[in-house]
Write a protein that binds this ligand. Sequence first.
Ligand code: SF4
Length: 440
Amino acid sequence: MTVITTSRSTSEQQEVSKDDSMLKQKAMMAKHFDRLTSARENGEKVCSTFVPGNLNELIMCFDFANNLPEVNAIQNGLRKKSGSYVMEAEKLGHSEDVCTYVKSDVGMMAKGNLAPNGKPFPDPDLLLLSYTGCFTFMKWFELLREQYKCETIMLHTPYEGDGKITDNMREYMVKQLKEDVIPTLERVSGVKFDIDRLRENLRRSAKAEDDLVYVLQTGRNRPSPIDAYFGGIYYIGPIFGAYRGTDDAIDYYKTLREEVDGRLAAGQGPVTPDGVMETEKYRLVVEGPPNYTSFRDFWKMFYEEGAVVVASSYTKVGGVYDFGFRHDPDNPLETLADYCLGVYTNRSLPQRVDMLVNYVNEYEADGLLINSIKSCNSFSAGQLLIMREVEKRTGKPAAFVESDLVDPRYFSAANIKNRLESYFQMVDQKRDGSAKGAAA
Ligand code: SF4
């Protein structure tokens, strides 16, 4: 573990603990943005696509640089730039209720479209939409299509309304891949499709996925050596971003696994920005995306109380791997279909409830906490029902806090802290009650 100083102003400077995997990831992110912003001078084409249902292994077969608009919005949230971008988009007529990832993106485009390295993003040559359950994805790319006037592909993923993937669904997707997606990728890139290249990329994905699952499942231990929400957001970065299917991702997850194994062997808790968490007092499952504009303040409210997140649904948004799915090089197109069909945003409400109940039980959590995101309809719809169902089926207390993804106006620190404190008291009371019941 390394201690570094943040690059904020001197008055704000503070020492932050970082694992080597975090430093490695920081370098990967920098490399990703440098590749994108120098794509034109390097003669590379650019494909924009979304995180859930991204076809990175396929995109790589055509030598595209991969631009992920949500990743850009998250970076702008963490760097405290998204607030002004969101307001810029509202000035342009976007309603207050629109997903703030979209407004951050639109505002960023209006203000020069600068990447975190300070250089402008290139215009995309292709928009590849894997439509996986969130209607906003489609509207977002309609806006981008209007702006860039480039080719657009839509891979339609049938919603898992009945909670299962049927052969028909899979065949329907493979047909689209063969007849529409791959021919368009060939035409725009000028590169011929090579299925063996796809198989190799998928093989690399599966290897990194094994290590990611291993790391996330260490949350079952006491103490948990990881925080599966705040820390988990770093862990999913490479595999949910532009690195799935690469050697860099394999290397990153191997390093991460070794670090987590080291903490596990030493009986240590997760690494927080203030160092290793000493005492694990509360074990939580969290549903919903985090707030990025006050990410560290939000996290601090948990680790200062000894609360560690042992499992979360958000770390499954770019792929659900912990129930067995891996990208399969022997069935290259079918596996891409199964991956898209299974991502969290494409799962029905009962499936989401089952998953969270499973996490509370398997990870021996004290309860469920929902961070309901004001502008994310895809996650927020049904969360009150989810809360009641999980409470009923696990007998563990659940609670609700509200914030937003990248709009700083909707992060009320005092309110959230109050609610969290009440929730921790509720967990204490429940434990006291259970202990007395057991003694009686
Ligand atoms: S899932 Fe939520 S955050 Fe993502 S695009 Fe849809 S509305 Fe926005």
